[in-house]
Ligand binder design. Structure first.
Ligand SMILES: [Zn+2]
Length: 411
């Protein structure tokens, strides 16, 4: 096993990362980068195909089969980067700098190296490794449509690892994530915007309603913060107000008020429950005559939770213990990652492994190559721990099945 870990070559990871960073892939325009990745993945040894449902954002699907039958372990990652200005890519010594380097082409380069090492090891493992790399991930343009297409087509593993993490969760084992949705409440007053001197008698009704609503939302958040719950790894749920817009000029009476924010919640509730609860809150505030209000929603992701004894979690923790000397504490995350979709939509138990993502979205995105060695090794070992254990069980149950079908009783 240790021999295999020693086969991870940082020079190859760095070369791949550099090549990937030199092909821009802003959200919605990933085609050239995806085709490049498909070629690199094939060269690493995988059988590769494309899902071109979305032409500009094709998804890359790679498979590497082991020697024995078994289960499928999925490695997943997004190839798009945020569409924000960045200096041209630079490679200097141990550093590769460029938009997308840390989020998350470092992880994609790690996947290539792991596939290469497994392929060079004459594929001595059970089952297969499935690689899925897709675009349209980063908000606001990203809809996650490509990964959802793959999930709907059942191009998923029995377990998965997403090759990125957050700074907060970097040294932990994430097993759950809060759900998140963006809410937008629009309240409107009948009549048009006018000079304050021409305001009708109840001209302040809209403002009163909006302030009352904001106050109730803040109170609701305070209640959530102090409410008892069963998710210490996630912390309390939240209702957050990010924007309040009312009016556009000092002496004009506005006609519209818009409040917007996020709602983050625990795995015991669904998006549907959250919408219902907001409606109840709004219904509890009496609407002044002539004022209407409604709430629009945008779901970022349903919450998820997997058990600490899931085979993939055990395989991951064992790999971390071997590589780092410690398994790392269990943790939950408050931001939405692809594990949310893989678990809640695809029912695929998923773990996260960071690949030096700490400068994600920063003005200067960079990766220290030396920091990619351990993540590559952990990824490699997790796959082998999972497939060779689960694969063995799979083989036994397969054989037991065959045996009972033949009516063999044994001696
Ligand atoms: Zn990312």
């Amino acid at each position: 096993m240790n021999g295999l870990l020693a086969n991870v070559k940082l020079k190859r990871v760095a070369d791949d990362l550099w090549r990937l960073v030199c092909v821009p892939s802003p959200t919605g325009g990933e085609r050239r980068a995806a085709l490049t990745y498909a070629r690199m993945l094939a060269a690493a040894g995988a059988r590769v195909e494309l899902d071109e449902t979305i032409y500009e954002s094709p998804a890359v699907i790679g498979r590497l089969a082991g020697k024995r039958p078994g289960r499928t372990f999925q490695l997943a990652g997004h190839i798009d980067h945020i569409d924000a200005p960045h200096a041209p890519p630079v490679r200097k010594g141990n550093i590769i700098c460029g938009r997308g380097a840390a989020d998350m082409k470092s992880g994609l380069a790690g996947i290539l190296e792991v596939i290469r090492v497994l392929n060079e090891s004459s594929r001595d493992f059970a089952g297969q490794v499935l690689v899925t790399v897709y675009g349209l991930h980063e908000a606001p343009k990203g809809t996650s449509a490509p990964i959802m297409n793959l999930i709907r087509r059942k191009i998923t593993g029995d377990a998965a690892m997403v090759a990125e993490s957050t700074a907060h969760a970097e040294n932990r084992v994430v097993i759950m994530g809060k759900g998140q949705a963006i809410w937008t409440i629009t309240a409107e007053r009948h009549g048009q915007t006018c000079h304050e001197m021409n305001a009708p008698r109840d001209g302040d009704a809209l403002c009163r309603f909006g302030l009352k609503l904001a106050d109730q939302l803040l109170q609701y958040n305070r209640n959530l913060q102090t409410r008892k719950h069963a998710f210490p790894l996630l912390g309390p749920e939240s209702m957050f107000i990010g924007q309040i817009h009312y009016g556009d000029f000092y002496n004009r009476l506005p006609q519209k008020m818009v409040l917007q924010g996020t709602r983050r919640w625990h795995p015991v509730q669904s998006f549907k429950d959250i919408r219902r609860e907001m409606q109840k809150l709004m219904d509890g505030i009496s609407l002044p005559k002539g004022v209407t209000a409604h709430c629009d929603w945008s779901l970022t992701g349903e919450p998820y939770c997997i058990g600490p004894d899931e085979p993939v979690v055990r395989a991951y923790r064992r790999a971390r213990r071997t590589v780092l000397g410690r398994a790392g504490a269990l943790a939950g995350i408050a931001v939405v990652v692809d594990a949310h979709r893989l678990v809640s939509l695809g029912h695929v138990p998923t773990v996260l492994q960071g690949f030096d993502n700490r400068s994600a979205h920063a003005d200067c995105e960079y990766v220290q190559i030396a920091r990619l060695r351990q993540p590559c090794r952990i990824m490699l070992l997790t796959i082998l721990n999972y497939l060779n254990t689960a694969g063995e069980k799979h083989r036994k149950s397969y054989e037991a099945n065959q045996t009972s079908r033949r009516g063999y009783r044994g001696s």
